[in-house]
Design a protein around this ligand. Structure first.
Ligand code: SF4
Length: 105
């Protein structure tokens, strides 16, 4: 997959946020890129990293959640990853990576 400088910057920002929480990014780069891009788009348009997977359409700043969302810990405990499948526990990421069909294979 060919990444632009903007793509790389958006992914790197997400990687740093995740690292600060002890999390890693989804090993499926296409999914990571999609969510990171939509987060950056929300930031550019609305001034905050509103979650693209949970937002209202149109976005409602009074109600929509900002990433990392308040339910992230619960989602990690249940699934090993967040609702958007952007952030994974290291263990869940290793499992996902070894699954057939992961990561464009
Ligand atoms: S589900 Fe939560 S942690 Fe995952 S991208 Fe959305 S706001 Fe961020």
């Amino acid at each position: 997959m060919e990444l632009t400088d903007t793509d790389r910057a958006n992914i790197e920002r997400a990687r740093k946020v995740g690292a600060g929480l002890g999390l890693v990014l989804n090993p499926d780069t296409a999914r990571t890129l999609k969510v990171a891009t939509l987060l950056a788009r929300n930031f550019a348009e609305f001034g905050k990293y509103y979650c693209p997977c949970k937002q209202s359409h149109p976005l409602d700043p009074a109600k929509d959640v900002v990433c990392p969302c308040p339910t992230l810990k619960d989602e990690l405990a249940k699934d090993g990853h967040c609702f958007c499948r952007l952030y994974y526990t290291p263990e869940a990421a290793a499992r996902a990576q070894s699954e057939p069909g992961c990561c464009g294979r």
